[in-house]
Design a protein around this ligand. Structure first.
Ligand code: FE
Ligand code: FE
Length: 186
């Protein structure tokens, strides 16, 4: 007979989020290091600090529950982090890699927005008001981060596309024998 309750599902999902956030604390410094855009790098670093606070909020909830936050691995986040790492291995131009990093980061934020949205609803029906205010703060931060990334993407995607046209100009230069301009200077 099935026995697990909504409260148990709620705790499982919180553990999943604890794992997800902990994985991000390790991944975000690598993404910051890989970013060429100063603004993007600073954005990743700022979200790393936020993410550490989000881990603490989850720890606070587990203290209230008198349970350990450990015991689950978020395979969803593991996959998303792997995809980000794959992008870093590709031979992308600097700004194109930035565009790829933003895409990976936004997948992460959307995943978190979905997960925190779910646990906020669970906390509401379970009457966990103290948890809810903590979870809502994090949900708001994830949404803000996603919006900031969308803003950054506008400039960076345009730059990445310009880099492509400079690359094409360089090819023309080869055919006319003119001196090639540096791709990195773009
Ligand atoms: Fe987070
Ligand atoms: Fe986040």
């Amino acid at each position: 007979m099935a026995t697990k309750s909504l409260r148990e599902l709620y705790v499982d999902e919180l553990k999943d989020l604890y794992s997800a956030e902990s994985q991000l604390v390790k991944a975000l410094p690598k993404m910051a290091k890989a970013a060429s855009s100063e603004e993007l790098r600073q954005g990743f670093e700022a979200h790393l600090e936020q993410t550490k606070e989000q881990v603490q909020r989850l720890e606070e909830i587990f203290e209230l529950l008198d349970e350990s936050p450990k015991g689950k691995k978020c395979v969803g986040m593991e996959g998303l982090v792997k995809e980000g790492a794959e992008a870093m291995e590709e031979d992308f131009q600097d700004t194109v890699l930035d565009a790829a990093l933003i895409g990976a980061a936004q997948r992460v934020e959307h995943y978190e927005i979905a997960a925190y949205g779910t646990v906020c609803e669970f906390a509401t029906v379970l009457g966990e008001k103290d948890h809810l205010s903590l979870l809502e703060q994090t949900l708001e931060e994830e949404k803000e981060t996603d919006e900031k990334l969308t803003e950054l993407a506008k400039d960076i995607n345009a730059q990445a596309n310009e880099g492509q046209s400079i690359e094409n100009d360089n090819e023309k230069d080869i055919s006319t024998g003119k001196r090639k301009t540096s791709r990195r200077a773009a």
